[in-house]
Design a binder for this molecule. Structure first.
Ligand code: ADP
Ligand code: ADP
Length: 223
């Protein structure tokens, strides 16, 4: 599903090149549940963004579902993203001007889902995440944990093949966090959703079937 070859990304500051990612080689098969770990600043979010086509590498090859990403036009990329990827952002990225209901509905507006069906699907998500009572509120009226649940609901509503999640439980209490991890495990095992999560938690990482450790923009291989 995902093949990164010699992927590097850097920033240049006063002529000095700092690598955010350095020579990343990584394959992820459909149906895997992968956890990316590593210290702050090791490149975890950057790697997730490159995989999700939200960010471009400076060097290397990226193939997603057999298609070469860097030769692709922006519009094609965006179509590919909308058709297949759900993304849970660390800082939620909810749209401030839209209600909880409307935020969750957004991904369906890019598909030809009928309005009655959209209503039922959003209703299911509100139920599943226990936020029915919040549906008419705006993001700034919610706690961090509630915003995180809205972001997760939005990432799942269009039934993505690939779910990318940057610290999905970072702002949830431990009970909510466990419920989300159980849900991810169920999506992975029962619905075959491929999942890649960034996490600092060993416990969350253990829900997956593979751990990738990053250090200074490189994948650390066990010796
Ligand atoms: P992520 O791995 O998803 O980027 P981080 O662990 O880097 O998350 O960020 C967690 C918090 O720590 C954030 O509020 C971030 O601003 C802060 N942070 C990030 N990098 C560093 C760092 N090198 N030293 C101290 N704090 C950091
Ligand atoms: P992590 O998610 O592991 O905390 P990040 O991928 O967020 O790491 O970032 C890797 C390093 O690159 C961090 O030190 C971060 O501050 C830095 N960084 C990320 N994006 C940029 C950017 N656009 N310009 C400069 N530095 C950046």
């Amino acid at each position: 599903m995902i093949a990164l070859q010699h992927i590097s990304k850097w920033v240049t500051n006063g002529g000095l090149r700092t690598f955010l990612l350095k020579d990343i080689n990584l394959q992820i098969e459909e149906g895997e549940f992968v956890s990316i770990m590593g210290p702050s600043g090791s490149g975890k979010s950057t790697l997730l963004n490159v995989i999700g086509m939200l960010d471009d590498a400076d060097e290397g090859e990226y193939n997603f579902l057999g298609q070469s990403i860097h030769t692709m036009k922006e519009k094609q990329r965006s179509q590919l993203y909308k058709a297949h990827i759900g993304f849970v952002f660390q800082a939620y990225h909810l749209i401030d001007e839209l209600t909880v209901y409307e935020n969750i509905e957004t991904p369906l507006l890019y598909q030809d889902t009928k309005s009655a069906e959209r209503k039922a699907m959003v209703g299911d998500m509100l139920d599943r995440f226990n936020i029915v009572g919040k549906k008419d509120l705006f993001p700034n009226q919610l706690s961090g944990g509630q915003q995180q649940l809205v972001g997760i609901a939005r990432s799942l509503i269009a039934s993505p093949k690939l779910l990318l999640a940057d610290e999905p439980t970072g702002n949830l209490n431990s009970k909510q966090g466990e419920e989300i991890m159980d849900l991810f495990k169920q999506l992975n095992e029962e619905d075959g959703v491929t999942i890649i999560q960034v996490t600092h938690s060993e416990k969350n990482a253990a829900y997956g079937n593979r751990i990738i450790n990053l250090l200074d923009g490189r994948i650390e291989h066990p010796r």
